[in-house]
Design a protein around this ligand. Structure first.
Ligand code: 6R9
Length: 661
């Protein structure tokens, strides 16, 4: 072994053992936030301290009060303030002399590129806003966007924001049924979709899905706008109320639409997310609080500066893309990257090629992607020049220390801090993470709560748990980016998020995110995962109840239980245990129909990893399915005591089936 190699092995061993990492000095020197006093400042001035976030925006009307908590937990932020989100993300950068700065840099899957300067964005957002108005979209009408990662998606979001019409973006991978469910829940009468898009070189039909979805919408749909992504590759006939996006925009050439002044508390968008029951919840986010919070966390945590090329490799169809591809970076006037395709097409160095080509400064992705990169091998990033990178981030699920260190070394060249950011659809933006210019990093632990955020790990009796012990994560104070309610369901809002740990008589309100966590002596929080019936597959949040109802809907299935089993790359994978109606034990045909059923009800990303047909499900004496036990089976864990079961014999049978697959 050569000397150099020797050294490498030594360094590797050192890295494997190291539990704490300091941010590099060069990073700290240039960081947007590097004064540790910020934590104290936020405490001393709270809630006034949040003006710091709101001050990042231009307001048409200054707020009268930072926080109104008189009707908690229905908090209001920046009371009576007025602003427009599109103005803040587009116009003001044009007005301040940065109109030729790139706003969106888009890479198509097949290598085509498009760059929108702030001026280009201004033009198209105005023209599409004018088109929406002409179609009849009014302020407060919910517009559904079912689009993949093409520039028309953020443009449509901003056009909606400009005219004060809340958008509800439905991830393009969601099925026709899932689209219909969300349009029904939001009473949405407008849909923006596209003919299709590319995935690994194949043209996928999307408009068929839209049409099938529309068939399931219970109210009249006024208009559908169709972006022509595939041109001649997918010829299709538009129905009478369907319009071609490009034609609509062309017809409005040169039109300008005055941005509507929205109350700070007016809804900016709805984002449906999975919960404990089968019905997705519409998280309602506001214009003032949400946008302030997205801008502030983009600046303080992601360290984004106006001259940066910043890339969040998520999909805009999820909250991460809303806050950290669209609203945060554009509010700050930076360049935000968008990539249409998959990370391994045409080859496994695709993302690193994009970083190299665009000299990306900041890169933000999910642990599931990092685990896939690890599996593919370090040779893929090694062939590319990644020296433009300054900061790395992760989001969506816990990151194991090994993956963290791989990311640190092979992507960040041991010179980029990593922010492991814990947050949720409901929180609007990041809540628990290190500030990269201040805190040391501990692989596997997200970090302390952000300034102004009061996170505690507590036991069922509401007492704080000792450091190192597992408990429930709670947030003990409101914050500007929080959801305001579950759309059209205030009761569910209280039930899901506040009931568990609040004390309404004393007017004490505690937010419960339904995650388990532990805290260490330095106040660093390690998030352990969901404690409700939600599983996290490749960073996608899925309700097991939603999947169960899809499985039970398949002809021939009598009963089903769905749990998450751990998976090397996906984090968790979907395990289905199903009882067949005729006790036949299920065959290949039924197996395939269960897969189809799940893909139809939710989408291909929810596809079961394993389907086990069983004559019985393990149940307690009171008749409850023992999900824990099914989880242990999926994970190949030792099973504890099964004697409390009504039917202990069934366990071995199920276990054997899982093992033999
Ligand atoms: C932003 C987003 C939220 C759930 C959340 C938690 C998990 C997110 C995490 C994390 C550990 C992190 N989660 N970030 N767990 N460490 N850094 O992902 O929103 O799709 O609503 O999922 O994801 O379980 O409760 P969402």
């Amino acid at each position: 072994m050569g000397e150099e190699e020797d050294l490498d092995v030594q360094l590797e061993a050192q890295l494997a053992e190291q539990e704490e990492f300091e941010p590099p000095e060069e990073f700290v020197e240039q960081a947007n936030v590097s004064d540790p006093g910020i934590y104290e400042e936020f405490e001393e001035e709270w809630p006034q301290s949040w003006e710091r976030a709101a001050d990042l925006l231009d307001w048409d009307q200054e707020w009268d009060a930072v926080l109104d908590d008189s009707d908690a937990p229905f908090y209001e932020w920046f009371v009576d303030g007025e602003l427009n989100a599109a103005y803040n993300c587009v116009d003001r950068h044009v007005e301040s002399g940065r109109k030729n700065h790139a706003a969106i840099k888009w890479e198509g899957e097949a290598g085509e590129t498009r760059t929108y300067t702030y001026q280009d964005l201004y033009r198209e957002v105005n023209e599409f806003a004018a088109a929406l108005r002409e179609l009849g979209v009014e302020e407060d009408d919910v517009v559904t966007l079912h689009l993949p990662m093409i520039p028309e998606l953020p443009i449509a979001m901003l056009a909606c924001a400009r005219i004060g019409a809340p958008h509800s973006v439905v991830f393009a991978g969601f099925s026709a049924d899932a689209l219909a469910t969300r349009m029904n829940a939001a009473d949405s009468e407008y849909l923006i979709t596209c003919d299709g898009y590319y995935r690994r070189g194949d043209a996928l039909d999307h408009i068929e899905k839209a049409n099938n979805g529309l068939a399931g919408v219970e109210h009249d749909v006024e208009d559908v706008v169709v972006v022509d992504r595939l041109g001649d590759e997918l010829p299709h006939q538009l129905a009478e109320n369907q319009h071609d996006y490009a034609e609509l925009v062309a017809a409005q050439e040169g039109e300008r639409v005055e941005p509507v002044s929205r109350d700070a508390e007016d809804m900016l968008f709805l984002m449906y997310t999975s919960g404990t029951t089968g019905k997705p919840k519409g998280a309602k986010h506001t214009t003032g609080g949400y946008l302030s919070y997205a801008a502030w966390t983009t600046q303080s945590v992601l360290d984004v500066k106006p001259e940066d090329t910043y890339w969040c490799a998520a999909d805009i169809g999820w909250i991460t893309g809303h806050s950290y591809i669209v609203y945060g970076p554009l509010a700050l006037g930076s360049t935000t990257m968008m990539y249409e395709g998959t990370p391994d097409y045409p080859d496994k160095d695709r993302l690193w090629e994009i970083v190299e080509k665009n000299a990306v400064d900041i890169f933000y992705t999910a642990p599931t992607a990092i685990r896939a990169f690890m599996k593919w091998g370090e040779e893929y990033p090694a062939t590319r020049d990644l020296s433009s990178l300054r900061l790395l981030g992760t989001v969506g699920e816990p990151i194991n220390p090994r993956a963290w260190k791989w990311y640190y070394k092979h992507i960040g060249n041991e010179s980029c801090p990593i922010v492991d950011t814990w947050w949720q659809t409901e929180t609007g933006g990041m809540m628990i993470t290190t500030l990269p210019g201040i805190n040391n990093m501990k692989p596997g632990s997200a970090g302390p709560a952000l300034p102004g955020i009061d996170a505690k790990v507590i036991a069922p009796d509401k007492s704080e748990v000792e450091p190192g012990r597992a408990g429930h994560l709670t947030i003990q104070r409101p914050w500007p980016g929080m959801l305001r309610t579950v759309y059209k369901n205030d009761e569910r809002f209280i039930q899901e998020y506040w009931e568990a740990y609040s004390n309404p008589e004393e007017d004490e309100w505690v937010y419960f995110p339904e995650d388990g966590a532990k805290i260490d002596d330095d106040g660093y929080i390690t998030v352990l995962g969901r404690i409700d019936d939600v599983i996290n597959v490749s960073g996608h949040r899925l309700g097991t109840m939603e999947i169960e109802s899809a499985v039970v809907g398949v002809e021939g299935v009598a009963e089903a239980a769905v749990v998450g089993g751990s998976h090397e790359v996906k984090g968790e994978a979907v395990y289905v245990y199903a009882i067949t109606e005729d006790e036949s034990g299920g065959d290949e045909d039924l197996h395939d129909r269960v897969i189809d059923g799940v893909e139809e009800a939710i989408g291909p990303f929810a596809r079961p990893e394993e389907i086990v047909f069983t004559p019985e499900l393990p149940k307690t004496r009171s008749g409850k399915i023992m999900r824990r036990l099914l989880e242990d089976i999926a994970n190949g864990n030792e099973l504890g005591n099964t004697s409390t079961l009504r039917n202990p014999d069934v366990v071995e049978d199920i276990q054997q089936q899982v093992r033999s697959d």
